[in-house]
Design a protein around this ligand. Structure first.
Ligand code: HEC
Ligand code: HEC
Length: 183
């Protein structure tokens, strides 16, 4: 799903400072989330962030925790928010690894060809999010939502991509992807 913002109007160089403080309280001051089930935004493709922000603002992607946070935020500021987070450096992935789980996740990701869309090193592009180095709990949570058809307002392509995978498979994939360097 590709959404375009209106191209007219002034380009905002920076989002409002108060807004960044609000977003940072959940997503981390530097865009790297320290909180369970809250995704990191740092280094995500600009187009992905911008699309999601529009969907969230319009109430199409329903995120109870973000209710109201984007109310009345202009297209220009959404563009600035997307550029801001896309330009931030993703943090280092956690060093601790379960070798067996990691290996299983690696082969599952290759067999199911996630890299066709998310790129072979899983850094994402355009409307496809970066998975490398994303929080393990968030990857698992979002894949469970896709698989259970509960991901309201999200691209149905993902539910289809996860067909045939078990919950244990999703756990292995989440572990693997979260340990990859997000370069
Ligand atoms: C109270 C906590 C909270 C605040 C404040 C908040 N968010 Fe979120 N945000 C979340 C949660 C939780 C999710 C993931 C929800 C889900 O998919 O289940 C999310 C998801 C997102 C996503 C989608 C990311 C992805 O990988 O799918 C973007 C983009 C985002 N937030 C940007 C922002 C911005 C920009 C702000 C400030 C205007 C903000 N958020 C404020 C909690 C918050
Ligand atoms: C045909 C293209 C395609 C394939 C193949 C694909 N994805 Fe995706 N994936 C997407 C798109 C597009 C999105 C963004 C969904 C949205 O906009 O709501 C996404 C979103 C995700 C998310 C949510 C991340 C976030 O930050 O919210 C996860 C996790 C994910 N994919 C994992 C996978 C895994 C694991 C595989 C392989 C089993 C896979 N994807 C295969 C296109 C694909």
């Amino acid at each position: 799903m590709v959404l375009a913002l209106t191209a007219t109007g002034p380009v905002l160089a920076q989002p409002a400072a108060q807004r960044l403080a609000l977003c940072g309280a959940c997503h981390g001051a530097d865009g790297n989330s320290q909180l369970p089930q809250i995704p990191s935004l740092a280094g995500q493709p600009r187009v992905f962030i911008e699309n999601q922000l529009v969907l969230i603002r319009e109430g199409m992607r329903d995120i109870p925790q973000m209710k109201g946070t984007l109310e009345g935020v202009s297209d220009e500021e959404i563009g600035a928010l997307a550029r801001h987070y896309a330009a931030q450096a993703p943090g280092r992935p956690p060093a601790a690894r379960d070798a067996a789980l990691f290996a299983r996740g690696e082969s599952l990701s290759q067999e199911t060809r996630c890299g066709i869309c998310h790129l072979p090193n899983y850094v994402g592009r355009e409307q496809m999010p970066r998975l490398a180095g994303q929080r393990e709990d968030y990857l698992l949570h979002s894949m469970r939502m896709f698989k259970g058809n509960q991901a309201v307002g999200r691209d149905p392509i993902m539910g289809a991509s996860l067909q045939g995978l078990t919950d244990d498979d999703l756990k292995a994939i989440s572990h693997y992807l979260s340990r990859l360097a997000p370069m």
